[in-house]
Design a protein around this ligand. Sequence first.
Ligand SMILES: [Zn+2]
Length: 365
Amino acid sequence: MSLNRVFMSPARYVQGPHCLEKLKEYTDKIGDKLIIAISAGGKKRLEKTLMSSFDDNKPTLHVFNGECSQTEINRLTDLIRTGGYNVVCSVGGGKLHDLAKAAAFHTKQPCVIVPTACSNDAPCTAVSVIYTEEGVVESFLFTDSPRLVLVDTDIIAKAPVRTLVAGIGDALATYIEARASKQKDCQTAAGGIAGVTGIALARLCYDTLLADSVKAKLSNEAGVPSVALENVVEAATLLSGLGFESGGLAAAHAVHNGLTVLEESHAYLHGEKVAFGVMTQLFMENAPMEEIETVANYCLSVGLPIALSDIGLTNASDEALMKVAAVAAAPHDTAVNLPFHVSAETVFAALKAADAYGRMKHTQR
Ligand SMILES: [Zn+2]
């Protein structure tokens, strides 16, 4: 039976400086009893802003223990049920959003996501990653798209620059992976095949990044939400999320997953490892030299990794890299979405070739 074209997205996406101060205005359309999952640090920094738009009937803050485990999900699920909350919100980073998405899904309540950094493209998607108590990925839960994603760019502009660069790395992969996955009409995270929409959004994401990332990074360094920063945040949060969810994944993320087996890479952010995964995928595809040069020069211009030494793997042995390749090439991962035969050997060869190229680029600078 043929697969349908499926496109998913949040019902509303709001982005701009100080938009968090209008939280009530936006959530009033959804429900009147909010519970907000937040870290202890986030509560300290943002409680005043979060409460500023509410006169009475203020939201309840639920302080999160740090791991999106089944225990934490159950804890929030019970609170939502017993407290009769009808809006489940998270303010912070990835694991908090995973928690809110899962608890909202289990209680059939709408979910509101407020990212406080632009470090990955998860906020606009329905995917929730569940971890063990020890912080190891346990499973993926496919929930519903958030009802609202609210991105306060005054907060994002003041977040560490490294988080924005990582978000850019994650978003750089979106078009490269969707383009490849579409060639075989592979099933996407949205549960169908990509139509023209997912691919077009992925391409727009890529073009926006290439045009505006250097300016955006400089704005982040200056702590101000310039037009370029607004464009890149929109690309890395909205376009990238929709582009991968409804456009498809391929080798860049599978290589990232492989790299996580090496302890030395753990100090590096998701998007930093994904960026090297992009270079590796381009070598697997034997992409035209012009494209490889464009992507590598772009990575260098914003400070994204292009060689193994950039992600802590200066002395990685062939044996270690073969382990990475084996994980990346596993049949349940997404490198096999590439439109040609993928094996651990072909991933290994591309890892080494991409690294050799990246090292050459570094010596040319
Ligand atoms: Zn990603």
